[in-house]
Design a protein. Sequence first.
Length: 273
Amino acid sequence: MDKTLAIVTIVAALAAVVEGKGVCNDLHRDCANWAKKGHCTGKNKEYMLSHCPISCGTCQFECADKDDSCPSWAKLGECEKNKASMLSLCPTSCGICAPVCKDVSPDCKIWHSTDIRFDQCTTNPEFMLRNCPVTCSTCTSTCKDMHADCPGWTASGECNSNAAHMYMTCPHSCDACKSNQRHECHDFNATQCDIWAKAAECHNNPEVVIPMCPSSCGVCTTVCIDRDESCHQWAISGECDKESARPFMLKTCPSSCGVCHELEKIGATKDEL
């Protein structure tokens, strides 16, 4: 990739921020190659549609639910029953689109308290988890690609041949968060990572430093996603609507319970870059 392509990449990332849409990424770095081999329409179609949504064209890089009924349909199991149409129409509610999070109110940090007795995130979850998703940890910091062409570049070996640019622009495809099982963004050692970042090691030695220090290197994006693989089944079973389970479900399964869909609607889907 030349300098022109690098500029295009930055502009595209900023466009996603301005428009306030979610981000759709493939779940496997080999998706582009699998797609070229025809797996999107072959016997592995069901797997490919949900695990390689960008390479298979299931959703656009900048994504959002297209119908207000998406959360309700998802809770009825439609994401599995009608996978092809639902993943395209309701990518957020079906879990392949991750809205980028931002607190709606400037008072969120005031309402939040380390003392659970006075913490509005705990005592008033219905309001807080939707309006203060970052402060209340509804959202998750993870590695997300910032360009639609990341899968193709990765398949062409750019993570190795152009590591400095790729690990910053395509941290998900280049496995920058691979050290964490849930692909969450955490520095292995905050003090050491800060030293390396200030010494420009994120740029000079990206393949080693960025996976160890994704937060300090600035490749993390805070998005609204489920935190447990069982969330979708719990939602179908009605757990999102049970009073006793609702506080846990809204925080652990925001996508399956419709919180991520609501964040899109109320404008809390802008990047914090």
